[in-house]
Design a binder for this molecule. Structure first.
Ligand code: ATP
Ligand code: MG
Length: 240
């Protein structure tokens, strides 16, 4: 039989998890999962909340910086809140793993039932990036990522609000985040959702996209994707 190690709970972790109303037992369970994943949570990130700095927080999770017990990388640890609507983060981890398979999303490192460890993206939300540093290449890259997810049959259902669910790093690389609310094999497409949202940011009329998007939904080809981009005034040079 394997003894459960005694794991120290840092004041930072206790404070971060108190955001979701965690009791002592839940905090200990998360500390144990972090221990088995070989990562240590640490204070840091752009959000100051409840007296600590965090990477972010949502209705289902608290995201904290973490580092491997050995090595110098910086990761993000998405930890399920005690009051989350979801009973675990396993489906999210599997969806992110599939997205990574086609080069989309922050790289998954490891996961347990309540913790997902993945690459920290030092970036800003798409809407914020757009006001200062818009570049055609980033928007084309984002459409291509939507195309790749469509190829998997994975629909990210929150891309109509990419301001929050897409981060753009300092090199202009966009990252689709939060694979919590996905569906498999749906009729809708990620390209349609991203195109309408990007079109709004660009100030174009989403109705102009109706024809190209209908065609894209039928054939889901690079040529059809090119026509969608053109309808927004983007010359992307996609290659099959
Ligand atoms: N790997 C990461 N790198 C940088 N920031 C991140 C990372 N993961 C999450 N974040 C930030 O943390 C915030 C919360 O993450 P996320 O949206 O995945 O949580 P959630 O609980 O699913 O939220 P929601 O209730 O909106 O669905 C996001 O706004 C995002 O900016
Ligand atoms: Mg979410």
């Amino acid at each position: 039989m394997c003894a459960v190690p005694s794991v120290a709970v840092t004041p930072f972790l206790g404070r971060a998890l108190s955001i979701g109303g965690a009791d002592w037992e839940y905090v200990r369970s998360i500390a144990l999962q972090l221990y088995f994943l070989g990562v240590e949570p640490m204070e840091g990130g752009p959000l100051y909340f409840n007296g600590v700095y965090l990477v972010g927080k949502g209705t289902n999770s608290v995201v904290v910086m973490c580092r491997p017990s050995w090595g110098g990388d910086t990761y993000a640890c998405k930890i399920r809140r005690r009051d989350a609507h979801r009973s675990d983060l396993l489906a999210e981890a599997h969806a992110l793993m599939s997205a990574n398979y086609v080069g989309v999303g922050p790289r998954l490192v490891s996961f347990t039932r309540d913790v997902v460890v993945y690459r920290y993206v030092d970036g800003v939300p798409l809407s914020e990036w757009f006001t200062s540093r818009r570049s055609e290449g980033t928007l084309c890259d984002l459409l291509m990522q939507g195309f790749k997810l469509d190829g998997l049959g994975l629909l990210h259902r929150e891309l109509t609000r990419p301001g929050r669910h897409v981060l753009v790093d300092g090199k202009g690389v966009p990252y689709i985040m939060d694979f919590e609310t996905v569906s498999w094999g749906s009729r809708g497409t990620n390209v349609a959702r991203l195109a309408v949202a990007i079109c709004r940011l660009l100030g174009c009329d989403p109705r102009e996209l109706a024809g190209p998007l209908r065609m894209y939904a039928r054939v889901r080809s690079v040529e059809a994707l090119t026509q969608v981009a053109r309808a927004m005034g983007l010359e992307c040079g996609f290659r099959a």
